[in-house]
Design a protein around this ligand. Sequence first.
Ligand SMILES: [Zn+2]
Length: 725
Amino acid sequence: MEGPALRTHDFGFRFTLSVEAMCRCFFDKLKFPVNLTTMRHYSAFFALKRTERSTGPVLLPVIFPLHREFGGLSLAWTAMVRISTLAICCAAAVSAAAQVPSQRPMPDVFLITIDTLRADHVHCYGYENVETPALDSLARDGIRFTHAFTPSPITNTSHTTILTGLLPSSHGVTDFALPLADSHPTWAELLKQKGYHTAAFIGAVILDSKSLAPGLDRGFDFYDNFPAHPQTRARWGRVERRAMDVAQHANNWLTAHPASPHFVWVHLYDPHDPYEPPAPYDQKYKGHPYDGEIAYADSALAKFLSFLKLRGWYQNSIIVVVGDHGEGLKEHNEATHGIFLYDSTIHVPLIMKLPGRSQTGKVIESQVRTTDILPTMIDLLKIPAPAHFDGESLKTYLDGTDNVDRIAIGETDYPLRFGWAPLRSVRAEGVKFIQAPHPELYNLRTDPGELKNSYQPSDPTVQKFQALLSDLKAKAPPKTASDASLPQSATTSLNALGYANSDRKNSGAPADLPDPKDKIEEQNLLHTAMIASDDNRLGEARAALEKVLALDDKSPTALRQLGELELQAGDYTKAAEHLQRALKVRPNDATAAFEAGQALQKSGNLPGARDALESSLKLMPGQFPARLLLGQVYVGLKDTKNAQDQLEAALLLQPNDVEAQLALAQVQIASGNFAEAVQQLEPLSKSRTADAKVFELLSQAYSGQGKLQEARQAEMAAKRLKKND
Ligand SMILES: [Zn+2]
């Protein structure tokens, strides 16, 4: 962003220069390590003081920002002396600058979401067991909302709410991998239309727009997805990025794209479990590593804010920091988040810093929602609002003209993944109503911990809130059919992050499903098993899953996970057993059927593998690995016709897959179609010159055609390659 244009003849020649650029030029000459904020301060200051002829009044106010900049009066004084000449020159030179009418530029907008951040675990929210200096400083420079609530306790759903201003039931992203419909404009799209340069930096694969969060990248010039084929087995880089890395990626992008205005979203995932803060936070927060992760994420926020200050982008930007949801920390027996709608997981910190020094240190205690954030931005930036928001601008609270609590709705469909009832809640008028198979009502004034359920069906508040939820349900757009069976790479990522990957589409009507309150112990055990399994602690994972089965021997999630675990451990008979039991409970689980096919094939039961894979493909026809495996199973069963059909279908899905090409060539040779096999293999012999298998098959195909010389040559090539191996 350039300062006011300066046109002057004072230097004996005519040129156009920004005041900022001129100051920068002088400081460079003086070898003075001054940042852009300071330069802008001088630019603005000199422009104001253009009529001053004495250096005194000019220099006295200069010392203040320098004092802050360099952290000491003596350094500030030296600085002042060194620039005194410059000040005089500038004061004269910029005299024309202020006469040029300047149009107020759009402010930069920075959104920082900190994952799994409970409001009551942040220092400026009154928590003494953690140090969060960056959040505290931002609260001092801006507005802190003490009662902000997310409608969703799950990452991709709650982020979609922040980016659209819509409730989950409105935006429809109520599960992993559900695409955000084009009809819902996003924060990035709305700002991009106004000339903003937009970029997003995510900390976990759960927000990857190529797999688990399709559509969330809409409107971003750059969206920092994870590599499709990570080079590492480690959690970091594969499914998570450390907050410092995320901040560094954002800083790098901003450095390469300095033109304002920016809209940059930075997502810091670290406080999400497993809690493994890096040094020194691991030692400092021994015994409470969740707080250690928060302190570490805060240090990454500090790095990002310092960068903005250094580039001179802090002062005039809008900065929003918000938690996407909280964390159970065993309250209500919920270890993590996603299942319940208690305050432990829906009360989040929300801090907004506005341009300049307006509204600094303000605290707003009224109840607000994360659906309100985007409408507020649109209002502040004077951008025309889209047709519908579920939230409303918070500007009236900032103006001090409103202090009414807003009704906070809670929605979670995550329990459906386990076959349990979804939950809805209303938080208003000092009470919380939770709609569940066993409904709940809490008086938040006398029972803020939500421990004494005072639900009575005849209670007028209950009836009013039930009607409100029914009304919302009636108004919500119809749910798009979810192809809940995710590609295997996506389900592996989900598992690694501790999210269940079972299929929700097998669930019945909510009223008939178990209440999550009766199932939370199972959920905690399933979660433990997923994290342990990802860390290759198979014994621990197996023990947790067996405990789940002791509580509910028909838990499809536990049966499937146990099957996957035995598949990983190499006990294929046991794996097949568990997966077939899972399929009895949920016959429509395409992934479980595919995995059962894998286990049966590996344990030598080819007819069983064939049946399992056929049923998996009936449910989800586009699965390449299942098609390939079924083709190979048919090869094993000596059914060349079906083998050829399946392998050709697999190659329609992935035409360049070498394994499928070789399997098809093998089938073609077996069925006497030598010319087709040669046609398949000759290009491979040129692209895969070191693959003995290619030449072996080619030799067979040539000899089938009676081309004995070519066959001999190919055979010799195969032998040579095998020898070199
Ligand atoms: Zn989250």
